[in-house]
Design a protein around this ligand. Structure first.
Ligand code: AP5
Ligand code: MG
Ligand code: ZN
Length: 217
């Protein structure tokens, strides 16, 4: 199964990709997570990317396309993958088409996670993750069962993203509407676009995605 989760910042792409990965055993390929790993390692790419990400702009297409091309050739992608945060521009969508065609692959579904802008800022500014395993939480919408202890690994250290402040979120939303949302009609015309109501509860969204995964719509 080869899927794209397409939606604005805070739509729930990462939250749901992790659940799909656990349920179906196919990897989540998050370009945002890959870039944050490079930032944490302090590589030249990470140093360059940090500045761009802190402004909420897009890192250059060549770099991103190269990262994904290398990633989908790894053995864990042999049964498919979930693209989270890629593609985000016309150029990236075109490059993905070529990459898949060269390998004799095709997308099964492109899933639009629809959420209105007003709630996205609240979701993003309240987000935090487990520093040990990456499990995602929210100050209001998704607290761990025991406050201060990760449900998945019992870790007690948590972190927040440098770009999760209101000002940067507003720029990320503008970039989404300008450069990424125009991909929706592109995928609709190809007949692969499905919509899920990303405003619903987290478990409800998971159920909607399960229906798409299992052949419904
Ligand atoms: P990236 O990491 O991809 O960030 P994003 O697209 O802005 O999306 P987020 O990760 O913020 O949101 P999400 O949809 O994953 O939401 P989540 O599930 O965490 O990219 C970051 C930056 O890297 C970009 O700005 C850019 O600079 C660069 N970059 C990345 N990819 C690139 C590319 N392809 N090209 C160029 N540059 C690129 O949920 C958010 C919160 O809400 C959580 O706290 C969660 O608990 C909560 N929540 C989730 N679902 C629900 C729900 N249904 N109800 C209530 N709360 C919910
Ligand atoms: Mg994410
Ligand atoms: Zn954890």
């Amino acid at each position: 199964m080869k899927l794209i989760l397409l939606g604005p910042p805070g739509a729930g792409k990462g939250t749901q990709a992790r659940r799909l990965m656990d349920a179906h055993g196919i990897p989540q390929l998050s370009t945002g997570d890959m870039l944050r790993a490079a930032v944490a390692e302090g590589t030249p790419l990470g140093k360059m990317a940090k500045e761009v990400m802190d402004h909420g702009d897009l890192v250059s297409d060549d770099i991103i396309v190269g990262m994904i091309a290398e990633r989908i050739d790894r053995p864990d992608c042999s049964n498919g993958f979930i693209l989270d945060g890629f593609p985000r521009s016309d150029a990236q969508a075109g490059a993905l088409d070529s990459m898949l065609a060269e390998r004799g692959l095709a997308l099964d579904h492109v899933i639009e996670m629809k959420v209105i802008d007003d709630v996205l800022v609240e979701r993003i500014t309240g987000r935090y993750t487990c520093a040990n395993c990456g499990a995602g939480y929210h100050d209001t919408f998704q607290q761990p069962r025991k406050i201060g202890v990760c449900d998945e690994c019992d870790g007690t250290e948590f972190k927040r993203r440098a770009d999760d402040n209101e000002e940067t979120v507003r720029s990320r939303l503008d970039v989404y509407h300008d450069q990424t949302a125009p991909l929706l009609p592109y995928y609709r015309a190809k007949g692969v676009l499905r919509e899920v109501d990303g405003m619903a509860d987290i478990d409800d969204v998971t159920a909607q995605l399960g229906a798409v995964f299992n052949g419904g719509n």
